[in-house]
Design a protein around this ligand. Structure first.
Ligand code: GLC
Length: 649
């Protein structure tokens, strides 16, 4: 190693354990390489690197949210996004990107769901892993975040997540277990506490990260997440971000008094020095390989594949020449969520009507805004048109959860009134997480979920609405009927405690199990996990399951029974009917998405490592793969089961 710990004084070692300022590690006046870090998961967001909080961020390419990326069900696009962001970092001398965020979506109202992958930990891990590989293959570091059980924004600095060992292992750190296969240079620990102890000073969780999950990089705190720097250092946290003078002083005193031993101090310093050395040496290998235009093309590709067609009575795709009214105020400009992941642009984003005109040249397209004007004026514009597109948005942001998962009354009224005047009303949602649509879903002809689609979102959406692109996105979070249908919302939660008595039953794991237990009324959802419509239709056949020792392969055919080429994501779930332990009804263990030509058949092969079928035994404190019969369930969605088979392990 270039930096020998023996060449550093006690004071220098203490200084190394906290950032120099908001965006840099300590360099001891040039004695050590200064690492520059920057948010965020969907584009560079860093106020001009002045080192202070706040300030206008540098402009950068704005990618679709991680929610939209996950809805592509194409991990290769997570890799591609990582590659593009690495180039953005290289051009701005950033050494390490504070991403990806992969926390499990336990609460539909969580303000940061747009920044995360899914309610399913396996899918979250796969997307996190491929994203990390994409960034780090270009010699830029990542910070896998936020470790762990950080599933709400309300009172995030003080709230303690209370959960049992199996739930911790099989749900809330299983995503990290898979993502860590990509060996991120750092992991970011979260603001919250777990079972009463702040994660930034949680020795058991830090030990678990290193000893059980195999992480050998640096653990940094979330910004301002360290309360007690002495306890943090002793728990195994390596780097406090950003620098806090009082923490430095207490730590220095603690080292001098022997409360923190020299070897504890050195163990943490070595991690920091290793990161500094790694960033310095990797920097020499960096090479920008993409142009800004190619990055924007990649962003558009993600949006085209990640936008989800939730409902369509046949009105979509729009025919050229159709008269179209687009109603909605700034919604179409709402391209990213709020908080540390927000990206600033140095140009205007074309609105949806502007993008539509390019694809429907013979169509009369009008656009009316809500601003100021009475909603009734907007709606009359929809009267008599072949289609009325109502653009609505939901502003989600880091730091706060939504009080309700319904749209505002004003937006619901606009949808309902427009649908009353025009049966061909299409709702386009610019949103960060699932929405309760019970007030209007049955009144409209079509619904398109655009998420926060990034700067090329409207370009992608226009191609989908006009049929130039066949939608292939599928949900990665269940749309419940209402927020209260979510089991987690019926668990005890106060300002400072969230009791995870829903246990393993997060997302579809609950709704499936409720159905299996005969609780039909509780099992009903608006749109299930893994659901999304296409302009094509697909049939599945020829299921064959083989045991290859380390893994099983699940093979089947998918036929496109329409005249239009289309991509189809097939999901593979497993079930253990005679399990010795309690398990959710079924769990995702594989998936594949392929382009299937019109009237063509494609052969799918999904390889499932047997370790993905294991449960965590609190009797042996090990992952166990049960012997016996496993049911393999192949679905176009979690609910739309197409093929089932059995295999004995
Ligand atoms: C924020 C976020 C974290 C971000 C960091 C730096 O509070 O929780 O995701 O990377 O601070 O902005």
């Amino acid at each position: 190693m270039k930096y020998d710990i023996k060449n550093f004084t006690l004071d220098e070692k203490v200084r190394l354990l906290a950032g120099k300022d908001v965006w840099h590690t300590e360099d001891l006046d040039g004695k050590v390489y200064k690492v520059k870090v920057s948010d965020g998961p969907v584009g560079l967001r860093t106020p001009n690197f002045s080192g202070e909080w706040g300030g206008k961020s540098i402009p950068a390419v704005s990618f679709p949210s991680t929610q939209v990326l996950s809805q592509t069900w194409s991990p290769s696009l997570a890799y591609r996004t990582g590659e593009m962001l690495a180039d953005e970092c290289i051009e701005r001398d950033v050494d390490l990107l504070l991403a990806p965020g992969i926390n499990v979506k336990r609460l539909p109202q969580c303000g940061r769901n747009f920044e995360y992958v899914s309610e399913d930990p396996y899918l979250s891990g796969i997307f996190g892993r491929e994203y990390i590989k994409g960034v780090q293959d270009h010699h830029i570091g990542t910070s896998l975040k936020h470790y762990c059980v950080n599933n709400q924004e309300n009172s995030r600095l003080s709230q303690s997540s209370e959960l049992d060992e199996r739930t911790l292992r099989e749900i809330y750190t299983y995503n990290f277990k898979i993502a860590l296969e990509a060996k991120p240079w750092t992991v970011m620990s979260s603001y919250n506490a777990v079972n009463g102890v702040k994660v930034s000073q949680h020795k058991k969780l830090n030990d678990m990260l290193r000893e059980d999950l195999g992480f050998d990089g640096l653990i940094m705190s979330d910004w301002g997440a360290v309360d007690d720097h002495v306890a943090s250092v002793k728990s195994g946290l390596d780097l406090e971000m950003p620098y806090k003078k009082e923490n430095y002083e207490t730590l220095l005193a603690a080292v001098k008094s022997g409360e923190v031993t020299e070897e504890e101090l050195d163990a943490r310093c070595i991690k920091v020095l290793e990161l500094c050395e790694r960033c310095e040496s990797e920097k020499k290998l960096q090479k920008v390989e993409s142009t800004v235009e190619e990055r924007r093309e990649a962003a558009q590709r993600v949006a085209e594949e990640g936008i989800v067609l939730l409902k369509n009575n046949g009105i979509l795709p729009l025919a050229d020449g159709a008269s179209v009214s687009v109603i909605g105020d700034g919604a179409t400009k709402n391209i990213s969520g709020g908080g540390s992941s927000r990206v600033e642009l140095d140009h205007n984003v074309p609105t949806l009507p502007e993008e539509l005109k390019a694809h429907l040249p013979a169509s009369a397209i009008s656009h009316v805004e809500f601003y100021g004007g009475k909603i009734s004026r907007c709606i009359t514009n929809a009267y008599g048109k072949d289609a009325a597109i109502v653009c609505v948005d939901q502003i989600d942001t880091e730091g706060t959860d939504r009080d309700s998962i319904r749209l505002s009354a004003r937006l619901e009224e606009c949808i309902i009134e427009t649908a009353r005047l025009n049966p061909n009303t299409i709702v386009v949602l610019y949103h960060g997480s699932v929405i309760d649509m019970t007030a209007w879903e049955d009144k409209v002809a079509a619904i398109v979920s655009v998420g926060y689609p990034g700067e090329k979102g409207n370009a992608a959406l226009a191609k989908i609405l006009s049929g130039k692109v066949n939608p292939s996105g599928k949900t990665t979070e269940t749309y419940p009927m209402t927020a209260d249908d979510c089991l987690a919302n019926r668990c005890h939660r106060t300002f400072c405690h969230s009791v995870y008595s829903d246990g393993l039953l997060v997302g579809y794991r609950w709704y499936d199990t409720a159905k299996y237990m005969g609780k039909e009324s509780e099992a009903k959802v608006l749109y299930p996990f893994g659901y999304g419509l296409s302009y094509s239709t697909f049939e599945y056949s020829e299921l064959a399951i083989t045991d290859n020792g380390e893994n099983i392969s699940v093979e089947f055919d998918v036929t496109n029974t329409s005249e239009r080429d289309g991509a189809e994501c097939a999901q593979v779930y497993y079930r253990v009917p005679t399990s010795a332990v309690f398990r959710p009804y079924k769990e995702l263990c594989g998936f594949e998405k392929k382009l299937v030509g019109a009237d063509k058949t494609e052969h799918y092969t999904v390889t499932v490592p047997k370790e993905y079928l294991a449960y965590y035994s609190t009797a042996t404190d090990k992952w166990e793969i049960e012997q016996g019969d496993y049911e393999i369930i192949v679905g176009a969605s979690c609910e739309d089961v197409r093929l089932t088979g059995k295999i004995e392990i």
